[in-house]
Design a protein around this ligand. Structure first.
Ligand code: PMP
Length: 299
């Protein structure tokens, strides 16, 4: 497999991908005490560009702080490490995964005196075909805002996402949709959601969501294209009656939603506004839009 030829950054050293190993007593494996990031690099006309690297590293540190971790590296050192790794692996379109996690343990729940490890993995990202997806409202609600730190991307939270994904796939859907504990639309298992109604762009302001970097980018790009963008509570019915809907995430970018449960969204095809946003987003990530060129870090 091509992955085996790649390098990985592990606690400050560059090592072979296959040598990046840990012990089975790692605290994060047992208790979900890791935090992760997902970052996307792109081939651009001026070499490899990394999209909104600074914002991802900011969120990484926020997540680590939520878990009470003291990291041995500064934000600038992690930014440099990501760039070094991308350069070394010579991957143009890639997915970059920083992870910080509590390491080898005596299986106690409280991670006292446990080393925090940091690794950065980079793998090729394959361009997926663009198709509209069918989503299923999950019986599991997204994590109650009082039970999480808003904006922290913590490994253990993904058990909730994975149960919802499993449920959706078992029922023949492409993806799950999670509501928050008040029954309002929250997000996908690893994506934020947007709807288009009467040419306005709407996205949930629920505190159960992970406020995504792509979500933030989409809000800015939507405004730049002249749309009114509104963050508000969204009812499931409102989503089902929307003209268009889509998910956003770093790796998947913009994924049109064409059906929610038994209801087709709009005419059941990828909408015009979604297409327009997808096109613009594709230009922005490659540094082709002057206003947002600062979002692309050159390697
Ligand atoms: N929500 C969740 C739960 C996620 O895991 C992700 C992916 N990181 C997102 C939303 C989208 O965030 P981003 O645009 O920063 O990738």
């Amino acid at each position: 497999m091509v992955l085996l030829k790649l390098k990985t950054w592990f606690n400050g050293e560059i090592i072979e991908y296959e040598d990046a190993k840990v012990h089975i007593s790692v605290h994060a494996l047992h208790y979900g005490t890791g935090c992760i990031e997902g970052i996307h690099s792109y081939k651009t006309e001026k070499g490899i560009g990394i999209f909104r690297l600074k914002e991802h590293v900011e969120r990484f540190f926020k997540s680590a702080f939520a878990l009470g971790m003291k990291l041995d590296f500064s934000k600038d050192e992690i930014i440099k490490a990501v760039k070094d790794l991308v350069r070394l692996n010579k991957l143009e379109d890639s997915y970059i995964r920083p992870i910080a996690f509590y390491g080898q343990s005596d299986l106690e729940v409280y991670p006292k005196n446990i080393k925090v490890n940091i690794a950065i993995i980079s793998v090729p990202s394959e361009k997926k075909e663009i198709k509209g997806i069918k989503v299923k409202t999950s019986k599991f609600s997204r994590i109650n805002p009082e039970a999480l730190v808003y904006g922290a991307k913590i490994s253990g939270f993904y058990a909730n996402s994975i149960m919802a994904m499993h449920e959706a796939r078992q029922q023949g859907y492409d993806e799950a949709l999670l509501l928050d504990n008040k029954g309002k639309v929250a997000e996908g298992p690893a994506q934020n959601i947007f709807i288009i109604k009467n040419n306005k762009i709407l996205t949930p302001n629920s505190k159960s969501i992970l406020p995504g970097v792509t979500r933030d980018s989409m809000i800015e790009i939507g405004k730049e294209l002249g749309f009114e963008v509104i963050e508000k509570e969204i009812e499931l019915e409102e989503l089902k009656e929307a003209d268009e809907a889509f998910y956003t995430g770093t790796l998947s970018e913009i994924v049109p939603i064409i059906k929610v449960d038994d209801t087709a969204i709009g005419d059941g095809r990828i909408g015009k506004v979604t297409e327009k946003l997808m096109k613009k987003f594709g230009e922005v990530v490659k540094g082709k839009v002057e206003k947002f060129s600062g979002w692309v870090d050159r390697v």
